[in-house]
Design a protein around this ligand. Structure first.
Ligand code: GRF
Length: 217
Protein backbone atom coordinates (compact mmCIF):
# COMPACT_ATOMS: atom_id res chain seq x y z
CA UNK A 1 0.00 0.00 0.00
CA UNK A 2 1.36 3.40 -0.97
CA UNK A 3 1.77 6.03 1.74
CA UNK A 4 -0.78 8.34 0.15
CA UNK A 5 -3.52 5.83 0.89
CA UNK A 6 -2.71 5.63 4.55
CA UNK A 7 -4.68 7.44 7.22
CA UNK A 8 -2.34 10.00 8.81
CA UNK A 9 -2.42 9.87 12.59
CA UNK A 10 -1.04 12.29 15.16
CA UNK A 11 -0.77 10.86 18.69
CA UNK A 12 -0.82 13.15 21.72
CA UNK A 13 0.83 11.79 24.85
CA UNK A 14 2.03 12.91 28.27
CA UNK A 15 3.87 9.86 29.56
CA UNK A 16 5.16 6.37 28.95
CA UNK A 17 3.40 5.73 25.63
CA UNK A 18 2.44 2.06 25.72
CA UNK A 19 -0.71 2.85 23.75
CA UNK A 20 1.41 4.76 21.24
CA UNK A 21 3.59 1.65 20.92
CA UNK A 22 0.52 -0.52 20.35
CA UNK A 23 -0.73 1.83 17.62
CA UNK A 24 2.65 1.87 15.86
CA UNK A 25 2.82 -1.93 16.01
CA UNK A 26 -0.66 -2.29 14.54
CA UNK A 27 0.10 0.26 11.79
CA UNK A 28 3.25 -1.69 10.88
CA UNK A 29 1.31 -4.90 10.80
CA UNK A 30 -2.23 -4.65 9.58
CA UNK A 31 -3.80 -1.18 9.71
CA UNK A 32 -3.87 1.16 6.72
CA UNK A 33 -2.68 4.04 8.85
CA UNK A 34 0.56 5.68 9.77
CA UNK A 35 1.64 7.65 12.82
CA UNK A 36 3.10 10.79 11.24
CA UNK A 37 3.70 12.76 14.42
CA UNK A 38 3.78 12.44 18.19
CA UNK A 39 3.27 15.46 20.41
CA UNK A 40 3.80 15.56 24.15
CA UNK A 41 3.03 18.30 26.64
CA UNK A 42 5.78 16.84 28.86
CA UNK A 43 9.32 17.18 27.59
CA UNK A 44 10.46 14.08 29.54
CA UNK A 45 7.68 11.78 28.36
CA UNK A 46 9.12 8.31 27.75
CA UNK A 47 6.76 7.99 24.79
CA UNK A 48 8.90 10.50 22.87
CA UNK A 49 11.69 7.89 22.84
CA UNK A 50 9.29 5.44 21.26
CA UNK A 51 8.63 7.99 18.50
CA UNK A 52 12.35 8.57 18.08
CA UNK A 53 13.16 4.84 17.89
CA UNK A 54 10.48 4.37 15.25
CA UNK A 55 11.74 7.35 13.23
CA UNK A 56 8.51 9.28 13.77
CA UNK A 57 8.61 13.07 13.96
CA UNK A 58 7.86 14.40 17.42
CA UNK A 59 7.40 17.67 19.29
CA UNK A 60 7.25 18.65 22.92
CA UNK A 61 5.01 21.60 23.70
CA UNK A 62 5.20 22.26 27.40
CA UNK A 63 1.87 23.56 28.61
CA UNK A 64 3.47 25.25 31.61
CA UNK A 65 5.27 27.68 29.32
CA UNK A 66 1.98 29.18 28.17
CA UNK A 67 0.06 31.88 29.96
CA UNK A 68 -3.35 30.38 29.28
CA UNK A 69 -5.03 27.21 28.14
CA UNK A 70 -6.06 28.96 24.90
CA UNK A 71 -2.49 29.89 24.04
CA UNK A 72 -1.34 26.31 24.60
CA UNK A 73 -4.23 24.95 22.55
CA UNK A 74 -3.45 27.38 19.69
CA UNK A 75 0.16 26.25 19.59
CA UNK A 76 -0.87 22.62 19.74
CA UNK A 77 -3.35 23.17 16.93
CA UNK A 78 -0.68 24.78 14.74
CA UNK A 79 1.71 21.92 15.43
CA UNK A 80 -0.91 19.28 14.64
CA UNK A 81 -1.88 21.00 11.39
CA UNK A 82 1.62 20.77 10.02
CA UNK A 83 1.19 16.98 9.98
CA UNK A 84 -2.14 17.23 8.14
CA UNK A 85 -3.67 14.31 10.05
CA UNK A 86 -6.93 12.53 9.34
CA UNK A 87 -7.12 11.36 12.93
CA UNK A 88 -5.79 12.55 16.29
CA UNK A 89 -5.40 10.06 19.12
CA UNK A 90 -5.23 11.09 22.75
CA UNK A 91 -3.20 8.26 24.27
CA UNK A 92 -2.54 9.18 27.86
CA UNK A 93 -2.65 12.90 27.09
CA UNK A 94 -3.19 14.51 30.48
CA UNK A 95 -4.41 17.95 29.43
CA UNK A 96 -7.95 19.13 29.07
CA UNK A 97 -8.48 20.61 25.63
CA UNK A 98 -10.59 23.71 25.08
CA UNK A 99 -13.82 23.92 23.09
CA UNK A 100 -12.24 25.83 20.22
CA UNK A 101 -9.59 23.17 19.77
CA UNK A 102 -12.04 20.30 19.96
CA UNK A 103 -14.48 21.83 17.50
CA UNK A 104 -11.68 22.49 15.05
CA UNK A 105 -11.04 18.73 14.86
CA UNK A 106 -14.57 17.47 15.58
CA UNK A 107 -15.05 13.82 14.65
CA UNK A 108 -11.34 13.38 14.22
CA UNK A 109 -10.24 12.89 17.83
CA UNK A 110 -10.37 9.59 19.69
CA UNK A 111 -9.40 9.15 23.34
CA UNK A 112 -8.60 6.01 25.30
CA UNK A 113 -9.94 6.16 28.85
CA UNK A 114 -9.24 3.59 31.57
CA UNK A 115 -12.79 2.91 32.76
CA UNK A 116 -16.12 1.66 31.53
CA UNK A 117 -17.54 5.08 30.69
CA UNK A 118 -19.82 6.69 31.78
CA UNK A 119 -18.42 5.23 35.01
CA UNK A 120 -15.39 7.02 36.40
CA UNK A 121 -14.63 9.91 34.07
CA UNK A 122 -11.55 11.88 35.11
CA UNK A 123 -8.52 10.68 37.06
CA UNK A 124 -7.58 7.76 39.35
CA UNK A 125 -10.07 5.40 37.78
CA UNK A 126 -8.47 2.18 39.05
CA UNK A 127 -8.29 3.46 42.61
CA UNK A 128 -11.90 4.55 42.49
CA UNK A 129 -13.07 1.22 41.05
CA UNK A 130 -11.27 -0.62 43.88
CA UNK A 131 -12.60 1.73 46.56
CA UNK A 132 -16.13 1.22 45.31
CA UNK A 133 -15.59 -2.55 45.39
CA UNK A 134 -16.61 -2.94 41.78
CA UNK A 135 -16.54 -6.45 40.36
CA UNK A 136 -15.79 -5.23 36.85
CA UNK A 137 -13.72 -2.49 35.34
CA UNK A 138 -12.29 -1.78 31.90
CA UNK A 139 -11.41 0.69 29.19
CA UNK A 140 -13.28 2.76 26.61
CA UNK A 141 -12.42 4.38 23.30
CA UNK A 142 -14.54 7.43 22.64
CA UNK A 143 -14.83 10.37 20.30
CA UNK A 144 -13.74 13.56 22.01
CA UNK A 145 -16.41 16.21 22.43
CA UNK A 146 -16.57 19.28 24.64
CA UNK A 147 -17.64 17.24 27.66
CA UNK A 148 -14.65 15.75 29.50
CA UNK A 149 -14.58 11.97 28.93
CA UNK A 150 -18.19 12.36 27.86
CA UNK A 151 -18.08 11.88 24.09
CA UNK A 152 -19.83 8.96 22.39
CA UNK A 153 -18.16 5.63 23.18
CA UNK A 154 -17.03 3.47 20.28
CA UNK A 155 -15.70 0.39 21.99
CA UNK A 156 -15.17 -1.04 25.45
CA UNK A 157 -13.32 -3.93 27.03
CA UNK A 158 -14.30 -5.31 30.42
CA UNK A 159 -12.01 -7.01 32.92
CA UNK A 160 -12.85 -8.68 36.24
CA UNK A 161 -11.67 -7.23 39.55
CA UNK A 162 -10.34 -9.87 41.93
CA UNK A 163 -10.12 -9.66 45.71
CA UNK A 164 -6.33 -9.57 45.63
CA UNK A 165 -6.15 -6.69 43.13
CA UNK A 166 -4.35 -3.45 43.82
CA UNK A 167 -4.09 -0.42 41.56
CA UNK A 168 -1.05 -1.83 39.79
CA UNK A 169 -2.46 -5.25 38.97
CA UNK A 170 -5.74 -3.76 37.85
CA UNK A 171 -4.05 -1.12 35.73
CA UNK A 172 -2.00 -3.82 34.04
CA UNK A 173 -5.08 -5.90 33.23
CA UNK A 174 -6.91 -2.88 31.81
CA UNK A 175 -3.90 -1.67 29.83
CA UNK A 176 -3.65 -4.98 27.98
CA UNK A 177 -7.18 -4.41 26.75
CA UNK A 178 -6.49 -0.78 25.84
CA UNK A 179 -3.80 -2.04 23.51
CA UNK A 180 -6.42 -4.07 21.67
CA UNK A 181 -9.41 -1.75 21.49
CA UNK A 182 -7.54 1.40 20.47
CA UNK A 183 -5.87 -0.11 17.36
CA UNK A 184 -9.14 -1.89 16.54
CA UNK A 185 -11.07 1.42 16.60
CA UNK A 186 -8.39 3.09 14.47
CA UNK A 187 -8.64 0.28 11.96
CA UNK A 188 -12.40 0.77 11.62
CA UNK A 189 -11.98 4.52 11.33
CA UNK A 190 -9.29 4.14 8.65
CA UNK A 191 -11.61 1.92 6.61
CA UNK A 192 -14.46 4.43 6.88
CA UNK A 193 -16.52 1.90 8.84
CA UNK A 194 -16.63 4.21 11.85
CA UNK A 195 -17.36 7.92 12.04
CA UNK A 196 -19.05 10.57 14.14
CA UNK A 197 -22.16 12.02 12.51
CA UNK A 198 -23.16 15.69 12.68
CA UNK A 199 -25.85 14.57 15.13
CA UNK A 200 -23.05 13.47 17.53
CA UNK A 201 -23.96 9.85 17.02
CA UNK A 202 -21.50 7.18 16.04
CA UNK A 203 -22.06 5.42 12.74
CA UNK A 204 -20.67 1.93 12.33
CA UNK A 205 -21.10 0.26 8.95
CA UNK A 206 -23.55 3.07 8.09
CA UNK A 207 -25.86 2.31 11.04
CA UNK A 208 -26.18 4.36 14.21
CA UNK A 209 -24.31 2.56 16.97
CA UNK A 210 -26.84 2.04 19.75
CA UNK A 211 -24.34 0.98 22.38
CA UNK A 212 -20.54 0.65 22.52
CA UNK A 213 -19.03 -2.34 20.75
CA UNK A 214 -17.80 -4.78 23.38
CA UNK A 215 -14.53 -6.65 23.04
CA UNK A 216 -15.22 -10.34 23.59
CA UNK A 217 -13.91 -11.38 27.01
C1 GRF B 1 -3.75 4.77 29.82
O1 GRF B 1 -4.24 4.04 30.89
C2 GRF B 1 -4.86 5.57 29.18
O2 GRF B 1 -6.09 4.94 29.23
C3 GRF B 1 -4.89 6.80 30.05
O3 GRF B 1 -3.54 7.07 30.33
C4 GRF B 1 -2.79 5.87 30.27
C5 GRF B 1 -1.68 6.07 29.29
O4 GRF B 1 -0.79 5.01 29.25
N1 GRF B 1 -5.59 7.87 29.39
P1 GRF B 1 0.34 4.96 28.16
O5 GRF B 1 1.09 6.28 28.21
O6 GRF B 1 -0.30 4.73 26.83
O7 GRF B 1 1.21 3.81 28.57
Amino acid sequence: MKDKNLLRIVVLISGRGTNLQAIIKACNKNIDAKVVGVISNQINAAGLNIAHKNKIAFDAIEHKKFKSRDEFDDQLQKCIKKYNPGLIILAGFMRILGKKFINQFKGKILNIHPSLLPEFPGLNTHKRALEEKKKKHGASVHFVTEELDGGPVVMQATVPIFDYDNEETLQHRVLEKEHIILPQSIDWFSKGRLYLGDNNKIYFDEEVLKSPIQLKE
